[in-house]
Design a protein around this ligand. Structure first.
Ligand code: ADP
Ligand code: MG
Length: 755
């Protein structure tokens, strides 16, 4: 026994050493390994004394580098291409490619890759060496504009939702000059990564970046049109700004390696609620443990080098849960940077003997993780369109923009809900901790008063209501402090931006932002059209604005809700208001392919119908695959780990009873017999539940009954998930009765607390 407890000195990870306790030794070994971890050696200690501003962006081919390395005319053309969307002449692309290569090679890069965001939701890269043999036993480093602009990966294995048939299996990657190239470091070298879009031979988007860029283009166009109409004529472009706050868990790697469910599903499929959960509220903003802080500092330093402006770090609500937030950037860059952040966090955690869990709900019964997508828009002068401003004119523009966003969320609530729908997020949304599945907007008291005053046409009681005619008097100061926050709202106004809180922690923010931008573009278009129409009637801009804002706010007021979004009353109230309550992925996704959605995406040039339907199919497929993996794992772990442990305990109890009987005749063994009976019942419950689950896996494979992806997915949701839950319930009940020394899986009370 003691021997099997010794940490294996030659390997960082868990090494199974069979003994009479079987799997239980794996768990004990994990705990011992954590205990035996001595120092946390930050792998980049040599960098620690370098001032942070000197590190920032050193691995990025950023504007300063471009200016230094490119001829003036090329630099200017490239900046025009980045800022104003102008095409870069191919001859210039060659010069940029060459400069980029020289820069990368001088810093130790051997390879380059087009770095893109396929529909897997992850990042993808295929590396090519810069080296070209010269034929004289030498090699040159080469990189031309052609390779910079377009790549042709063998992309037939990425999800396409039916867009690519085999005869046109080719997918192309294309340089996105608006997101700077960067060097990804490895202990053995560096790779130049070129952020890219990914599309099919026929020009269909196969990734998350292309539609995002299209939605930004469309939003800019409609916003500029609206602003010009309001008299703000100097604006040429509008961008979206995004600052995603990222939640995540960190646990010791040894525990992770002893949990097949974490390894294969990213979340625990078993685990009784620990005696101590998060009820003490002692983790949130608590002092950060030495080991965790060492990880954070290391990861942040990596991100600084990549130009990712991470700013805030703190302990989150759940034990072992943390948050990191960057300074906001334009939406495209923020999306790439968030993908990089997740990647760097995963990698760095491993260097520290930790694992970073980005799943939305790694531990049932404990708070899950999300991403708060702080979102706003800015014009090319740097003015935030959701900043109320300080002059009546600024107030007026703000109210028109705000009204448009309110309308967008109300009109397209189902689509917004669909943008955050996937299997893992179902564990959060609608449960009692995260934003609910009902989309609504929190404005805060003061702004709500203003809206009410506009709707009713007369000032109310409060101070804010003195403001009642747009453009006539001033808006009251709107609070931006935390006290006025509503943490339960899925879409909250926080002073000068909206915070979309229902986004999942593992999810790329590309898709929800694509939806958000598109629906707001549509709303801007609508507002502009209505104001123009009203102007024809009254001939006066102010009167037209007032009439339209009042009418649109009145029509869309139902989406505003400042109260507790978790309460049962809100659910009733929302139903009365006719707000959709799409409780899970299966209920939410069909909104994507409703005629209105098809029209919306098509009209604003974000997706044609084929692209949209393919995405819908990809999401349904991903749902089925996720639940399928989880159900297979559930059955396997129950049969091969949990039942054997329970039966071993059963055997010990039975032996104890018969030995006791043999030792002393007539002994009262009712306690032991009761325990044994109870245990046997629980074992049989678990066994039955596993059989039911396994029988379903034959049905899921039945092509006849599930010939369309939706009915297939619905089968998983309606039949497989409940069967999995039954297995879990039975197993978790066993966890609290079976001899602790026999239990094979690291328990919540260990994983969440031992570092
Ligand atoms: P809060 O306390 O409201 O969450 P913070 O200032 O901490 O506010 O910001 C949270 C996130 O919101 C940060 O990532 C921040 O950069 C981002 N943010 C701030 N202003 C904007 C904006 N105009 N557009 C998008 N994101 C923003
Ligand atoms: Mg926030």
């Amino acid at each position: 026994m003691t021997q099997s407890l010794q940490a294996d000195k030659t390997s960082k990870g868990f090494v199974h050493k069979p003994n009479s306790n079987g799997h239980a030794s794996a768990r004990r070994h994990a705990i011992e390994t954590v205990r035996s971890r001595t120092t946390i050696a930050p792998p980049h200690l040599e960098n620690v004394d370098i001032p942070v501003n000197e590190i920032f962006g050193t691995n990025v081919f950023n504007r300063a580098t471009m200016r230094a390395l490119l001829p003036k005319n090329v630099y200017k053309a490239l900046i025009k291409c980045i800022d104003e969307g102008e095409r870069l002449h191919p001859s210039m692309a060659d010069i940029v490619a060459n400069a980029m290569k020289d820069w990368a090679v001088s810093r130790g890069a051997t390879h380059f890759c087009h770095w893109f965001l396929p529909m897997t939701g992850l990042t993808a890269e295929k590396h090519d060496s810069f080296l070209v043999p010269t034929g004289e036993d030498k090699a040159l480093a080469e990189f031309s504009g052609k390779f910079l602009i377009q790549g042709e990966p063998d992309a037939s294995s990425f999800p396409s939702g039916g867009i690519r048939s085999t005869f046109e299996a080719r997918g192309y990657t294309g340089w996105d000059p608006t997101s700077p190239a960067f060097l990804m470091e490895n202990t053995n070298g560096k790779t130049l990564c070129i952020p890219s879009v990914f599309y099919s031979f026929s020009g269909h988007a196969l990734d998350k970046k292309t539609p995002l860029l299209r939605s930004l283009e469309s939003l800019s166009k409609q916003a500029v049109r609206l602003l010009h109409l309001l008299g703000n004529k100097q604006v040429k472009r509008v961008t979206c700004t995004v600052g995603p706050e990222q939640e995540y868990f960190l646990i010791d790697e040894s525990f992770y390696l002893a949990r097949p469910d974490l390894i294969n599903a990213g979340r625990t499929l078993f685990g009784a609620k620990p005696p101590k959960g998060q009820e003490m509220e002692d983790h949130y903003w608590g002092s950060i443990r030495e080991r965790i802080l060492a990880f954070m500092m290391d990861a942040e330093r990596e991100l600084y080098k990549l130009g990712v402006p991470v700013k805030t770090r703190h302990n989150e609500v759940a034990p072992a849960q943390f948050e990191v937030a960057p300074v906001f950037e334009n939406s495209n860059l923020a999306t790439d940077h968030n993908m990089l952040l997740m990647e760097v966090f995963r990698k760095t955690a491993q260097r520290h003997g930790l694992r970073c869990l980005l799943h939305e709900k790694p531990f049932s019964g404990i708070n899950g993780s999300g991403k708060h997508n702080n979102w706003s828009m800015a014009d090319d002068q740097g003015n935030n369109l959701l900043d109320p401003g300080s002059t009546p004119h600024e107030n007026e523009q703000f109210l028109v923009v705000l009204t448009a966003v309110i309308r967008a969320v109300n009109q397209h609530a189902k689509l917004l809900r669909a943008s955050i729908a996937f299997a893992a997020n179902d564990h959060r949304l609608g449960a009692n901790e995260a934003p609910p599945a009902i989309m609504s907007i929190f404005l805060g008291d003061k702004l709500t008063e203003v809206v009410r005053a506009i709707i009713s046409g007369k000032p109310g009681e409060g101070k804010a209501s003195k403001f009642h005619a747009i453009g006539v008097s001033m808006l009251p100061d709107l609070p931006r402090d935390d006290s006025d926050r509503n943490r339960t709202s899925p879409f909250a106004f926080t002073g000068n931006k909206f915070e979309f809180r229902a986004v999942g922690s593992s999810q790329s923010i590309g898709w929800p932002n694509t939806v958000l931008n598109t629906m707001v573009a549509e709303s801007f278009d609508y507002m502009a059209g209505e104001i123009e129409r009203e102007m024809k009637k009254s001939g006066d801009l102010k009167t037209a604005i007032q009439a339209v804002v009042k009418r649109v706010l009145t029509e869309n007021e139902r989406i505003l809700f400042n109260g507790d979004n978790y309460s049962a009353e809100w659910h009733k109230e929302a139903e009365k208001r006719g707000l959709p309550n799409l409780r899970n992925t299966i209920e939410a996704l069909p909104a994507m392919i409703e005629p209105e959605a098809k029209k919306l995406f098509d009209k604003y040039g974000v997706f044609n119908e084929e692209e949209l339907v393919s995405r819908y199919n990809i999401m349904l497929e991903a749902y089925c695959k996720t639940i399928n993996i989880e159900s297979l794992l559930t059955a396997t772990m129950a049969s091969t780990m949990i039942l054997p442990a329970a039966i071993e305990y059963q055997s010990r109890l039975a032996t104890a009873i018969s030995q006791s009987k043999a030792a002393i005749g007539g002994l009262n063994l009712s306690a032991e017999e009761g325990m044994l009976r109870d245990l046997c019942n629980k074992i049989s419950q678990l066994h039955n539940a596993v059989e039911v689950l396994q029988s379903l896996s034959h049905e899921t494979a039945d092509e006849e009954t599930h010939n369309d992806p939706f009915s297939h997915a619905r089968f998983y949701q309606q039949r497989v998930i409940p069967a999995m839950n039954e297995v879990r319930t039975a197993a978790d009940e066993l966890e609290i009765v079976v001899d602790d020394s026999l239990w094979p899986l690291p328990k919540f009370r260990e994983m969440l607390y031992i570092y």
